[in-house]
Design a protein around this ligand. Structure first.
Ligand SMILES: O=C(O)c1cc(=O)[nH]c(=O)n1[C@@H]1O[C@H](COP(=O)(O)O)[C@@H](O)[C@H]1O
Length: 248
């Protein structure tokens, strides 16, 4: 049976609270009560529920990944990162496609917030490489990046590491390559997680929770396989069990 107090696993499952309002998100949080996990707040929920909801999650004791995927000119991303750091989140992201000046500016925004308020904790800052919904055909023919997705992801990961960020968002297929290119301590946060037999939905590059953990992913991000399940609590426990035992 899964030990739901296992702190290590608690730091490795991130539940994507992709909901249109705080009431619906709260209902899911209630169903998952006692299950150790990060909570991920994305654009849909944050644009409706805002900083207050982040505060609520923090007061409930959750670690929070604020997934707003910033991608703008360096000065704007620096200011955004500064504001996000003041929210007290544990992790946030930018797009690596914004380039190294933009990513360094994000880090500067974080540092300035910390310098102004010593009670703040430094959040992990990570960069999205190629979205897990992207396949090679789309990347080559629509986005205009040649070569394999893995090569493009690793190129972005190296750029991200050089800019001083803590890690990347990538698919579980690329985690091993990222670790060998950027070092074991460079974080791999991986959506595109689908338990065996579940629908891929709009994800293109997927692995099961067990395969992801075996493949060196540090954190796995799971939305619909938990939130759209008939019994979300059972689905989350099943994923934790698979993570713990490393089953495919
Ligand atoms: O940054 C992210 O979290 C992210 C990056 C990416 O490349 N792919 C991706 O799916 N995500 C997010 O991860 C979650 C995956 O949700 P499900 O597909 O429902 O498991 C969603 O909230 C996405 O916004």
């Amino acid at each position: 049976m899964t030990s739901i107090t296992n702190e290590k696993l608690a730091q490795r499952l991130m539940v994507a609270l992709d909901y249109p309002d705080d009431a619906s998100a709260r209902e899911m949080i209630r169903k998952l009560e006692g299950i150790p996990c990060y909570m991920k707040v994305g654009m849909q929920l944050f644009y409706q529920a805002g900083p207050k909801f982040v505060e609520e999650l923090k007061s409930l004791g959750y670690s929070v990944f604020l997934d707003l995927k910033m991608h703008d000119i360096p000065n704007t991303v620096k200011s955004g990162a500064n504001s996000i750091t003041k929210l007290g989140v544990d992790m946030f992201n930018v797009h690596a496609a914004g380039g190294s000046a933009m990513m360094s500016a994000a880090m500067q925004g974080v540092e300035e917030a910390l310098a102004a308020d010593s009670s703040l904790k430094r959040p992990w800052v990570i960069a999205v490489t190629q979205l897990t919904s992207t396949n090679e055909l789309t990347m080559n023919e629509e986005i205009g990046i040649p070569g394999s997705v893995e090569d493009a992801v690793i190129r972005y990961a190296k750029l991200t590491a050089a800019a001083g960020l803590d890690g990347v968002v990538a698919s579980p297929l690329e985690a091993e390559g990222i670790k060998s290119a950027c070092g074991a301590d460079f974080l791999t946060v991986t959506p595109g997680i689908r338990p065996a037999g579940s629908a891929a939905d709009d994800q293109s590059r997927t692995k099961t929770p067990g395969q992801a953990i075996n493949g060196g992913c540090d954190y796995i991000v799971v939305g619909r396989p938990i939130t759209a399940a008939a019994d979300p609590r059972a689905a989350a426990l099943q994923i934790l069990a698979e993570m713990e035992h490393g089953q495919a």
